[in-house]
Every structure is written in C-alpha cells, then in structure tokens.
Design a protein around this ligand. Structure first.
Ligand SMILES: Nc1ncnc2c1ncn2[C@@H]1O[C@H](COP(=O)(O)OP(=O)(O)OP(=O)(O)O)[C@@H](O)[C@H]1O
Ligand SMILES: [Mg+2]
Length: 145
C-alpha cells in the first residue's frame, strides 16, 4: 500500500501555528476530505500545536515542535510532539473545561477528540508530550491525483 510520510520540525513561535494549519489543509485536500473535514483537521492540528507551544514550552520561542503526517488510502495519522514540561495527569487534562490557565476554555483536547477518529496522548513530566491522532478516510473512490 502507498504510504506518504512527512515530518516537520519548527520553532515554538505562535506564527507557526498558521503554517501547520496550511500544511494540514494541503495534505487533507490531496486525500479528498470534504471542506468540513478539512476545517476540522485544521482545528485539531492547530489545537495540538498551540498546546505544545503554550503549555509544553510556556511560550518560550526557542524550542522545537515536531509534526508528523502519515497518510495511506485508509487513514491519516498525525503526531504532534514536544519536549516540554509534560502533563502530570493526562486523563484530567483531557476533560472538558479543564485548563491549568484560568484564562483558557480547556477545550483543545475536546476539539481534537470530536474532530478526529482516534486521539491518544502520551506524556511524561519533564520529558514532553506526544499527541497522536487518526482520521479514517473514505476510500470508496480511488484517488487519481
Ligand atoms: N503539550 C502539552 N504540554 C503540557 N501540558 C499540556 C499540553 N497540552 C495540554 N496540556 C495541559 O492540558 C490542559 C488542557 O488542554 P486543552 O487544550 O484541552 O485546554 P487549554 O489549552 O487549557 O485551553 P484551550 O485549548 O481551550 O485554549 C492544558 O491547560 C495544559 O495544562
Ligand atoms: Mg489548548
């Protein structure tokens, strides 16, 4: 089966969130996602990348975030990785409205969960966080491009 992999490592600056949205959108368009699915994919990716920058690295701009894509006919795998502070209690962090920042809504993980088909969060305090997301693709019409 054909596999298309891409890895991007970029500085932890907020303007790169926009670029990751564009990358997700460009790849999603090749996979024949609907407009709505594309929007959802962009939100899921940008929420994970924002979390890495804001929470993982406390907005320090001199760190790095890695975004990995792996697309097959069946599914799109997306991993967002930081080497930041880590999450002490992942289950709690993933609950609706939970945030360690009182200014925030605590909805990022909820968006990722509802817009993607699978969400897995691996994290170690002091070591960082890997957010793995899966989107299943409807492969009823084979892609010609
Ligand atoms: N990459 C990360 N590194 C460290 N902590 C994280 C990371 N991602 C999430 N968290 C923790 O999980 C909590 C919940 O994340 P979530 O995205 O759901 O909400 P939020 O970022 O606080 O608010 P919102 O996404 O609505 O702006 C965060 O407040 C933070 O404490
Ligand atoms: Mg968030």
């Amino acid at each position: 089966m054909k596999v298309n992999k891409m890895n991007f490592t970029f500085s932890s600056v907020p303007e790169n969130v926009t670029i990751t949205r564009m990358l997700a959108s460009a790849l999603g368009a090749q996979l024949d996602l609907t407009i709505n699915e594309l929007e959802e994919l962009k939100v899921a990716v940008s929420e994970a990348v924002s979390n890495a920058i804001i929470h993982g690295y406390s907005n320090h701009p001199d760190c790095f975030v890695t975004l990995e894509f792996e697309a097959t006919d069946e599914k799109l795998l997306i991993d967002v990785i930081d080497n930041g502070c880590g999450i002490p209690d992942v289950k709690q962090a993933m609950q609706a409205s939970f945030s360690t920042d009182p200014e925030r809504m605590g909805l990022g993980f909820i968006f990722m969960q509802s817009f993607m088909d699978e969400l897995r969060v691996q994290s170690e305090v002091g070591n960082g966080t890997r957010v793995s997301m899966v989107k299943y693709l409807k492969s009823n019409h084979s892609s010609s491009h």
